[in-house]
Design a protein around this ligand. Structure first.
Ligand SMILES: C[S@@+](CC[C@H](N)C(=O)[O-])C[C@H]1O[C@@H](n2cnc3c(N)ncnc32)[C@H](O)[C@@H]1O
Length: 233
């Protein structure tokens, strides 16, 4: 069973009209605008293109892609979050918990992945799986933790490093510690360039004053929380 099932109340939340849920505010207000800028740079017209959101959680970004005009598929291997994504998205959006099923459904112009890659240990083979689903000329864009942000926040209430194994853990809910890999932009660049993909977008979107006036973050906001990167072949 995926440990993400236990975080359904955090990652399964929904947006209602213009109301942004507190639990997803940093993602929606800081990471999304940069991801969307990267998408629009590569695809000025989005209507009718196929998009896959890999690790879609509760489906909020699937909903956003759908509103932008994409034909959307969401994939998540947490059964509970995939269920939530089904509830949270329009019926035209396909949600699946099976990568085999996704592979049989065709190819994509765009693959997005928001805050997922750092939780996957063998990222090079996952990226192989993902890029095998791209159409020629397709793009992968993702958000991951900015390693500088993590270093600044180690041993805060949310992030800890265990000296015995050197692993960094995220604890959004007491007792549920999720290990992750604190990779740099150059680590991802190395993986993608070996597969003949070219970097077409990179950004470290900063917390804005307006955002910080509205939302209380349980960590230091000195550095951008996010690294956004995109690769294209
Ligand atoms: C931090 S949440 C982000 C969810 C969503 N993308 C968002 O931005 O709200 C990480 C998500 O990645 C999913 N995930 C982790 N490893 C995965 C894998 N190997 N394949 C598919 N999904 C995965 C989890 O189930 C969880 O929904």
């Amino acid at each position: 069973m995926s440990q993400w099932n236990k975080l359904t109340d955090i990652f399964g939340c929904n947006t209602h009209g213009d109301v942004i849920p507190e639990c997803a505010a940093d993602n929606i207000c800081i990471a999304w605008p940069s991801v969307i800028e990267g998408i629009k740079k590569q695809f000025p017209c989005q209507s009718g293109l196929n998009a896959l959101d890999f690790g879609c959680g509760g489906g909020l970004f699937c909903k956003k892609l759908y509103k932008m005009g994409f034909n959307v598929t969401g994939y998540d291997n947490s059964e509970e979050l995939a269920k939530k994504a089904q509830e949270n998205t329009p019926t035209d959006v396909t949600i699946s918990g099976s990568l085999t099923e996704i592979e049989q459904m065709g190819k994509y112009d765009l693959i997005t992945s928001i805050m997922v890659f750092q939780f996957i240990d063998d990222i090079s083979s996952t990226i192989d799986d993902i890029i095998s689903l791209l159409k020629p000329g397709g793009m992968v864009i993702y958000a991951v933790f900015n390693p500088k942000f993590i270093r600044d926040n180690l041993n805060s209430d949310v992030f800890t490093k265990v000296p015995e194994n050197g692993k960094v853990y995220m604890e959004l809910k007491k007792g549920i510690k999720i290990p992750f890999n604190n990779r740099k932009d150059s680590d991802y660049r190395y993986i993608f360039e070996k597969k003949n993909y070219k970097e077409v977008y990179i950004d470290y979107p900063k917390f804005t004053e307006e955002f910080l006036k509205k939302y209380n973050m349980p960590f230091s906001t000195k550095y951008s929380e996010y690294l956004i990167q995109a690769f294209w072949k």
